[in-house]
Design a protein around this ligand. Structure first.
Ligand code: KIV
Ligand code: NA
Length: 264
């Protein structure tokens, strides 16, 4: 199948065809989601708290994300491979953002990058876009700014809706090819989606967006415990893996694995 490119996503919006996006951080998740026809694979900084054992996305580094990005890029035949710029690797200046983004493309094999921020990131988005790096912006609730936003909370309620719309317009004007909206009221997200020419990808932003994204360990039920309201669980991988690991352990302990068919 043909590689998904930025113009395809824009055409999908124009046709009213919804865009599908999941995170992926390694070979087999990437191959499987690519085979399933997921349009965009995001090597999220959420690898921090879904792969590397941290509590939040804040600690993950560029050097940690690059090998994961490379693994996904080597494994996806059709999907767009989107690198997520981690906290502290782009906010300092447009030049810092460019240098980081170039590493994601040259060393990681990413086709585009995502960064968090609205109007305040316009200079970064402009320089990257001019310099050959397609940028997906990320507005609404931005986890890297958890401590300035005062925790995990919906953004754009009441009179702050105008701020979300202004951020969306600013990133579009700066050259972003799409924008993630996280934890924004559904009616606000739908209004932003109608106002923009570029596609919006929602997470906790309702059905009025041009596409949706979820962290795969949430969507496929590998992670357990309290989930955000916006997660729908499509499988119980935790249960499947737990049962399989227990069955393996029982076989080994009982001497029934390996059997003759596994033995040379
Ligand atoms: O890091 C991530 O997984 C993300 C998506 C959930 C949008 O930024
Ligand atoms: Na992220």
């Amino acid at each position: 199948a043909r590689r998904v490119r930025t113009h395809h996503l824009r055409e999908m919006k124009q046709r009213g065809e919804r865009i599908t996006m999941l995170t992926a951080y390694d070979q087999y998740s990437a191959q499987t989601f690519d085979e399933a026809g997921i349009d965009v694979l995001l090597i999220g900084d959420s690898a921090s708290n879904n792969v590397l054992g941290n509590e939040t996305s804040l600690p993950v580094t560029v050097d940690e994300l690059l090998p994961l990005t490379r693994a996904v890029a080597r494994s996806a035949r059709r999907a767009m491979v989107l690198g997520d710029l981690p906290f502290g690797s782009y906010q300092g200046s447009p030049q810092q953002a460019y240098d980081t983004a170039v590493r994601f493309m040259k060393e990681g094999g990413a086709h585009a990058v995502k960064l968090e921020g609205g109007a305040e990131m316009a200079p970064q988005i402009e320089l990257l876009t001019r310099g050959g790096v397609p940028v997906m912006a990320h507005i609404g609730f931005t986890p890297q700014s958890e401590h300035t936003l005062g925790g995990y909370r919906v953004q754009g309620r009441g009179d702050t809706a105008a701020r979300v719309l202004a951020d969306a317009r600013a990133v579009e004007a700066a050259g972003a090819f799409a924008v993630v909206m996280e934890m924004v009221p559904g009616d606000v997200a739908a209004e932003v989606t109608r106002a923009l020419g570029i596609p919006t990808i929602g997470i906790g932003a309702g059905p009025g967006c041009d596409g949706q994204v979820l962290v795969w360990q949430d969507a496929l039920g590998l992670r357990t415990g309290r989930m955000p309201r916006f997660v729908k669980q499509y499988a119980d991988l935790h249960g499947v893996m737990l049962d399989a690991a227990r069955a393996y352990a029982a076989d080994v302990r009982g001497g029934t694995f390996p059997g003759p068919e596994h033995t040379f």
